[in-house]
Design a protein around this ligand. Sequence first.
Ligand SMILES: C[S@@+](CC[C@H](N)C(=O)[O-])C[C@H]1O[C@@H](n2cnc3c(N)ncnc32)[C@H](O)[C@@H]1O
Length: 961
Amino acid sequence: MKKKLIEVALPLDAINKASAREKAIRHGHPSTLHLWWARRPLAAARAVIFAQMVDDPSAHPDLFPTEKKQEKERQRLFRIIEELVEWENTTNETVLQQARDEIWQSWRRACAENADHPRAKELFDRQKLPAFHDPFAGGGSLPLEAQRLGLEAYASDLNPVAVLICKAMIEIPPKFAGKPPVNPEARKEKSLIAREWKGAQGLAEDVRYYGQWMRDEAEKRIGHLYPKVAVTAEMAKERPDLKPYVGQKLTVIAWLWARTVKSSNPAFAQVDVPLASTFMLSTKEGKEAYVEPVIENGRYRFTVKLGKAKDAEAAKNGTKLSRGANFQCVMSKTPLAPQYIKDEGKAGRMGARLMAIVAEGERGRVYLSPTPEMEAVALTAAPTWKPETPLPADMRSHWTPPYGLTTYGDLFTPRQLVALTTFSDLVQEACERVKRDALAAGLSDDRKPLHDGGTAAYAYADAVGVYLGFVVSSLSDRMTTICTWDAGGPTWGTKTRSTFARQAIPMSWDFAEVNPLSTQSGSLENSLDYTAKGVVCAGIVRGCALQADAGTQATSRDRVISTDPPYYDNIGYADLSDFFYIWLRRSLQSVFPDLFATLAVPKAEELVATPYRHGSKEKAETFFLDGMTQAMHRLAEQAHPAFPVTVYYAFKQSETEREGTTSTGWETFLDAVIRAGFALSGTWPVRTELANKISMGTNILASSIVLVCRPRAAAAPTATRREFVSALKAELPVALAHLQRGNIAPVDLAQAAIGPGMAVYTRYAKVLDAEGKPLTVREALALINQTLDEALAEQEGDFDADSRWALTWFEQSGFAEGEYGVAEQLSKSKNTSVAGMVEAGILESKRGKVRLLKPQELPDDWDPATDPRLTAWEIVHHLIRVLASGGEGAAAELVAKLGARAEIARELAYRLYTLCERKKRAAEALAYNGLVQSWPEIARLAREDGKPRAEQGGLFADAEE
Ligand SMILES: C[S@@+](CC[C@H](N)C(=O)[O-])C[C@H]1O[C@@H](n2cnc3c(N)ncnc32)[C@H](O)[C@@H]1O
C-alpha cells in the first residue's frame, strides 16, 4: 500500500503551535458542551487524520519523479495543513474543502491501483470514502474532525457519558442539520423562520429557548430557596460602603460556608466550630475583604470586614493550622487533629455555618455578613431524591470518604439537591414541550425515538433534551460542597471553583454555594450559554456513537482509525464520570434506555491501571498492558488496509519530569503495540505547550506522541543485530533530512527520528543478537538514538573549518573563556587557526584567553557580501542577533543577502540545539530552536522581499521550481 504523508513528514511546528493556542479558546469550542478529561486538541486531530489519508508524494514516482519534485509537492501539502490547523479556519469551508479534495484525490488513486484487490468492491469504492472509527473516543475530538474532513464517523467508548458526548457532537447535529428552530418565539418571528439556519444553528437556538424556559420555571418552583438579600440601615452602620444599597435587595451570587465539627475542647463540646481553610474573601488590590470570627458569650459569629486584615496571616489561614486536615478550635485554639475530624465526619456530626454572602452590586461584588434568615432558608430545603451511588474507595482521586462523605449524594447541600432534581425534572418537561411545539411546527408525528433512529418530532424532542441534560450535568459540577471560593489576587478577580478543578474530587473545608438562578458564572444561564455554544455541526455526513469495549469491538472493520487510548492510571474516567452519570441518568434515562441501563458507569473492562480495582500495582499494570495489546490487536486485524492507524500515547506529567520521553512507560507501550501485530512507521511528538515555554531542566519534550502503525506483514523476516544496524545507518540519515526539511523543531527531532528507526526494527518479525536472543524495544531504541547521533555528527562534515572548530570549542566551553593554548591546538586538528578565526569575527583572543563572541557582541553593520571569510557559525549567530533585535523581517533581509549559503545555518542551528540540550544550556538552546522555528517565515519573507537572484539556489530552489 502507498505511503501516506504522515509516514514521511509533517509540519509539526505549525500543528503544535495551533494546538497550544487552542488551549486558550473557550467560547465556541465544542469542548464547552460538557467536561471530559484530557481532550485532544482539535487542530492536532484534524492534521493527523488528514496526513494519514493523503499520499506522500514519494508514493507516486510517475507524478513526482525526482526527490526535488517530491519535496515541492510535500511543501504544498504542508501549506494546506498549516491553514487547516488554524482555529479561525475550523469552519472555513474553502480551507476544509481544499483538504477534502486532497483526501478524495488520494482515495481515487488508491481505488485505481487496487482495482484487482480480492475485496475491491467493498474496500475500494471510488464513489465512497471509507468511514472513520475511534474505539477510545472519549470527548469525541477525533471523530468530530474526521467528520469535518468529510468522513462518515464512528465513535465508540466503554463509558456511557463519553458515548453521550459523542452522540451530541457527531450523531445528533447532522440528523437535524439546516433545520429551523421549532420554539414558538422563533416561529412567531417571520424573518427568523425565513432565514437560513446553517448546520446546528436551529438546534442550538431551541436549546437556548427551552433552557431559558427551564430556568424561568425553576425560579417559580424553587426561587424561594434563593432569596435576594435586603441591605438594611443596621447593616450599613458598621459598613459605610453599604449606604448606597440601603433599602435595596441584592441578588446573591454565592453563599460561603465553612464545614463544622464539635470542638474537641470539653469546655466547648457543644459548639460547632468552623473548619475554614481561609477567611479571605477578596485579595484584589483596593477591594480586599475578609471574614472575622467574633467570640462572645461562649459562642462565635462571623462578620465581614473590608480592607486589609490587621492580622493578615490569621485571615489567610482561617482556622487551619497546617496542610491536610489540621485545624484549631476557633473558641479555644485547641488543635483539631485529622483523625478527630474524620471521626466526627463519620459519626455524622459534620455540619456547616454560613461565613459570608457574596451579592451582585452595581459596581461589582458586595460582601455581606451572614444573617440568620439566610442561614435558615437554606435549612428549609427538603430534597426528595438523593443519589445513593457510593464514591469509589480510590483515595488518589476521591478524597472525601474518610470524612464521612461516602456517596455522591453527600457531596451536595440539601438546597443543591433540591435545585438539581428540579432542573433534572424540568429536562423531561421541556422535552414534552419541544415535542408539542415540533408537531405544531409541522414535523411529522412519527413516534420513533432518537435512540431508535427517529428524526421527526419525537426524536427532535429527545435531541434537544440531550443538550438540556448536559446543561444540568455541567451545572452539577458548579453546585457541590467541593466548590471553593477563589479570593483572586492582586490584579485578578474572585470566582467560584468547579468540582473538577483537577482530575479528582478533593475534600474541601469551606465551600461556595452558588445561586443557580443568578446570571453569574456557575448559574444555569451561564451553563446554558456554554452548552449552546458547544452545539456544533461538523458536517452533514453521518455520525454514530456507540458503547463498546475496545477489546472486543467489531466497529473498526475496514475503517480509517485514529485513536487516543487511556494511559495507565493517569485518569480514572469511569470513577470520575459517575458524578455526571447520576444526573444524566436521572434526566435522560428515557431518551437512551440502553446507555443508562446500569446504576453506575461500567468499570470492569475499563483499561486503566487502577491498583485499588485490581488488588495491586503489578496486577493493575498487567491488566492494562494485556488489555491494551488486545485492543491494539483488534485494530491491526480490522483497519482498512490502505491507511496506517494512528495512536496517541500520552505522557504522564510526572513521567516526563522524571525520565523525559525515554521512560519505561513509553517503551512498554511501544512493546504492546508491536506485540499486537503492528509495525511502526512514525512517532510524532505533539505538544500543547509552546516549545519556548518548555523548561530544559525538566526535559519535558512532548505531552503526547502519535504513533503511526501498519499491520506487520505475516511473512516478516528475522534479522541479525548487524543487519538491523546497517539498515538503520542507510535509512536514518535520509529520514533525518526529510524531517529537517519539514522544519521540525530541534526539540522534537530526536523523538520524531524514532519513527523511521522503529520502522526498520518492526519491519522484522525479530531482530536477534549474537547469542540468538531477540533485541528488546529498549535495546532497539538505544541503537536508534546512537545512529541518530552519528548521522547528526556526519552533517558536521558539511561545515567550514572555522565552524567545525567553533562547534567543538562551544561543546566544551560555551561562550566562556578558555586557554589560548588549548584553542590553538584544537585549531590545528580542524585545519584552521585562532588568528584566522579572530579575523573571521567569531572569536576574541586576549591575554592568553580565548572566547567565542556572543550574538549580541557581533557588529551591527555586518555585511556578508564584503566578509572575506564567511563562516556558517557567523551566519547563525548574526541571524540570532538580527532576529532578536529586528524580528523575522530583519532576519529575512539578511537571508536574502546570503542566498544559498543561508541553508547551512539551519543545519548548524539543529546541531547547536542538540548540543545545548545535552549540556542543559537552556537559554542558548531556546535561541537555536527559535531560529529554526522562525525559518519558514524568514525564508518566505526573504523570497518576497529579497528579489530572488540567480545564485539563490538551495533555500529557494524548491519553491521557485
Ligand atoms: C484519552 S481518552 C480519549 C479522549 C478523546 N480523544 C478526547 O479528545 O476527548 C480515553 C478513553 O478511553 C475510554 N476507555 C477506557 N477503557 C476502554 C475500553 N475498554 N473500551 C473502550 N473505551 C475505553 C475512556 O472512557 C476514555 O474516554
